[in-house]
Design a protein. Structure first.
Length: 496
């Protein structure tokens, strides 16, 4: 199939037409969480970004195999192969088995993703379930001369690799930038060069998470898992590798080097990265201690939060910015998202209240007939969700005019308007109504009561009982119902 979708490829630093290697099949790998703490807003952004990619590619007719991993071993506190394993450190603090920690926070992550309406991936492999594949990867790199053994650990030899290939092409860093500039440190530690990274780490005596290997009892380096699992489930080459911008260096840079060093050619065609979520301009993250968990957003239980925010408000907040742009947290921005989401959902709900006419007025017809293509154009331009949302807001303005009898629409155009708004709001953006079934039933009951009261008002007007008529209108207004008298009849809406 011919694709009109254009995406930004971090590797080439330009937008490119999306042309899968084996259409209609698409392979997509996205770096998932390291499960040692509750998911926070920073975890929500890549999850929602690549959920959007997943949804849209499937909508376009591609058969997508989406792999998103769970890191449950090997992610040390510092990317420079130093410090404790994050999960093992948490296990010691809480006096639990590391796998208890990993399972507990994996469950918590899944609960948060379900609340955010993030679709589950096709495959969710765990690093601990693929130790053999990671050892095979390390052995291939050793056999090809791009790694060395040091005190039972295996390190990737950046300098040997750089003689034949180019390290740093994704991040734009040169080998000299990544080497240790201090000659005093030469020879200190296990690594030959500061830029070298661990493929396999020998476990210290007190280290809990360890596996036998030809080199030592130990555990894989953090970067190995994605290369090994991506290749296992998507093949030697696949279409998309995604993650947050903070993973470009060193994680994704190391992945590229590992793939080429082991198999002689790159593994990924398109590299996609979402930008950061910040608080006062600083990246939100566990390591910085400035994060707000998703459960805290949902409950409002955090000093920086003025109120609770629903899961769909969070999703709308993230989608309101382009995935490659930064998003700075503030209560004002979240409140604006809350209002924007309500406006969009109310617009869709009000579609049921529109009276069909024999003909459309010209302005309505033009907007409705061009809406679907405008929405596709936005999505095809590197998933431009802010533009898509603006088109949906324009549609909401049309709905308001139709409800207020200030415009007319025929049955075919009303169906097109409804189908387009629902498709892009619910199926592609992944938003959904958050009201419970009980709340929806209550709202329907409210509507019936208001309609009944307005019938009483209409009778009072016909009886020229203006005092009663005005009293009913004023009492409804005081309760939050806006009543409008138009030449075509009475309309009302609840101002929430």
């Amino acid at each position: 199939m011919e694709s009109k979708l254009v995406i930004y490829n971090t590797l080439t630093r330009q937008k490119e037409r999306f042309e899968p290697l084996n259409a209609p099949h698409v392979g997509m790998y996205v770096c998932g969480p390291t499960v040692y703490g509750d998911p926070h807003l920073g975890h929500a952004r890549p999850a929602i970004t690549f959920d959007l990619v997943f949804r849209y590619l499937r909508h376009l007719g591609y058969k997508v195999r989406y792999v998103r991993n769970i890191t449950d071993v090997g992610h040390l506190e510092h990317d420079a192969d130093e410090g404790d394993d994050k999960i093992e450190k948490k296990a010691r603090l809480e006096q639990l088995e590391p796998m208890e920690i990993a399972q507990y926070y994996t469950n918590r992550y899944h609960q948060a993703m379900e609340a955010l309406n993030v679709l589950p991936p096709s495959i969710e492999p765990h690093a601990t379930g693929h130790i053999i594949e990671q050892q095979q990867l390390v052995q291939q790199i050793l056999d090809n001369g791009f790694a060395y053994k040091s005190n039972g650990s295996i390190y990737f030899d950046i300098e040997a690799y750089n003689k034949q290939y180019k390290y740093g092409e994704l991040s734009g860093r040169s080998l000299e930038n990544t080497k240790d500039e201090s000659r005093e440190l030469a020879g200190v530690g296990e690594k030959r060069h500061q830029a070298d990274f661990a493929l396999w780490k020998k476990a210290s005596a007190e280290h809990i998470m360890r596996w036998p290997s030809p080199w030592s009892d130990g555990f894989p380096g953090w970067h190995c898992e994605c290369t090994a699992m991506g290749r296992k489930y998507l093949g030697d080459t696949f279409d998309i590798h995604g993650g947050g911008m903070d993973l470009i260096f060193p994680h994704h840079e190391c992945e590229i080097a590992q793939a080429i060093a082991s198999q002689g050619h790159p593994m990924v065609k398109y590299w996609m990265h979402n930008n950061m979520l910040t608080i006062n301009g600083q990246k939100m993250g566990k390591s910085l201690g400035n994060f707000i968990t998703l459960n805290e957003f949902f409950s409002g239980n955090h000093p920086l939060l003025e109120q609770a925010y629903s899961a769909m408000t969070i999703r709308f907040f993230i989608l309101s910015a382009h995935y490659r742009g930064t998003v700075d947290f503030s209560n004002e921005a979240l409140k604006a998202s809350e209002k924007g989401l309500q406006k969009l959902l109310q617009g869709i709900a009000d579609l049921k209240r529109i009276n069909v006419s024999a003909h459309c007025d010209s302005e309505t017809e033009h907007i409705v007939k061009s809406l679907r293509q405008k929405c596709y154009d936005a999505m095809n331009d590197d998933l431009a969700t802010p533009q898509l949302i603006s088109h949906l807001f324009e549609a909401c303005s049309v709905v308001n005019k139709l409800v207020d009898h200030k415009a007319t629409i025929c049955a075919d155009c009303l169906k097109e308007l409804s189908d387009t708004m629902r498709l892009f709001t619910f199926d592609i953006l992944g938003l959904r109504e958050e009201a419970s079934e009980t709340s929806q039933e209550r709202e329907q009951a409210f509507g019936k009561v208001v309609d009944m009261v307005l019938e009483l008002r209409a009778k009072a007007k016909s009886d020229k009982d203006w005092a009663t008529s005005d009293k009913i209108r004023d009492e409804l207004a005081a309760a939050g119902f806006e009543v409008k008298d138009t030449k075509d009849g009475v309309t009302w809406k609840l101002n929430k």
